[in-house]
Write a protein that binds this ligand. Structure first.
Ligand code: SF4
Ligand SMILES: [Zn+2]
Length: 325
């Protein structure tokens, strides 16, 4: 939809072009059923090609990018390798697509993967249209490709997210990932804009139904309000609220009933106004349980979650449905 694309573009304005260091941190993750250390590297590149055309309504990653030259990418890699301590999982993200040669030239993609030879598994992200470039990497290493789907509903993809592709196209390239012998991680968004809380829960579950036969890992992203986005504009006008943590837990619980693979959920700005939150009193317990669930996959973790705000959440779900157009 051209209109939505031009609106998303308008919010972004000019991107600040100054040299920024890569962002690096370490975290826990799961490999072969065991909790291990993971090394996360956010490389500064020129960022997502789709974002330059307007991008997705909730995406604020463009602020992490600038017009980076090749030698600056190499400098970032050198810096990262110095900090790398042989963590078993290495995640290399670019706030876009690792496989897009306009972000990382093809001859460098392989080189970067090889820089982390001690890693047992490397995770990269890509939009579907760049999956064909996987041939550039030609690595026998265990590689997981994370592909954002957000929703398997074409209307939500077009009118809520402005994702720039339909489910069928995403699916075609997801199958290619498997044909190339790589693992597939699927990002699903919880509560795209313009959906009621109830529809958002349903949309996430329906998306799981459609990808459960192909995904090795599902990774849920509850929407967080990033600055200079359509979602922020709606939020400031009280037309959008990030998902309740009750809704997030509901999605995780139901997904684990219908899906056998690994389920993860990273709650950005959890417990804050700009992130997924409940009443304030129970948020910490919810966030700890979600973190725990992502590492241990045990749905019983959610059994003890109780708070009086559950009634408010249930009321809102009912009321929103009454006023739905
Ligand atoms: S969500 Fe992904 S595809 Fe959409 S604009 Fe952001 S980086 Fe690009
Ligand atoms: Zn509460």
């Amino acid at each position: 939809m051209k209109e939505l694309a031009s609106v998303t573009k308008k919010f972004k304005g000019e991107i600040t072009k100054k040299f920024k260091k890569p962002r690096i941190w370490k975290e826990k993750d799961v490999l072969n059923g065991k909790i291990v250390d993971a090394f996360v590297l956010i490389l500064r590149t020129r960022g997502c090609r789709w974002s330059h055309k307007g991008g997705c309504t909730m995406c604020g990653y463009f602020k992490e990018t600038y017009d980076v030259k090749e030698d600056e990418i190499l400098k970032q890699i050198k810096e990262a390798v110095k900090i790398y301590e042989n963590e078993k999982i290495v995640k290399i993200f670019t706030s876009g697509s690792f496989l897009d040669e306009r972000e990382i030239p093809s001859h460098m993609q392989k080189k970067i993967i090889e820089s982390f030879s001690k890693a047992e598994k490397i995770v990269i992200e890509s939009r579907p249209e760049f999956i064909k470039n996987i041939e550039n990497i030609k690595s026998n290493k265990r590689i997981e490709i994370a592909m954002g789907l957000e929703s398997a509903n074409d209307r939500v993809l077009e009118y809520s997210i402005n994702k720039g592709f339909k489910y069928a196209e995403w699916r075609k390239w997801a199958e290619k990932v498997k044909e190339y012998g790589k693992e597939l991680k699927v990002y699903i968004l919880i509560k795209p804009p313009f959906l009621t809380e109830k529809d958002a829960i349903k949309d996430a579950i329906k998306s799981v139904e459609k990808v459960k036969d192909i995904a090795d890992t599902l990774s849920f992203n509850p929407v967080a309000i990033h600055s200079r986005t359509v979602v922020e504009f709606l939020w400031k006008k009280n037309l959008y609220r990030p998902p309740w943590l009750w809704s997030v837990v509901e999605v995780l619980r139901k997904s684990s009933e219908i899906y056998d693979g690994m389920i993860k959920c990273d709650v950005v700005a959890g417990g804050k106004e700009r992130g997924s939150h409940n009443c304030g009193k129970c948020d910490k317990d919810f966030l700890n349980s979600i973190k725990n669930f992502s590492l241990r996959q045990n749905v019983d973790i959610f059994k003890n979650l109780e708070c009086i705000c559950k009634e408010r959440w249930l009321d809102l779900i009912e009321i929103e449905e009454l006023f739905k157009g």
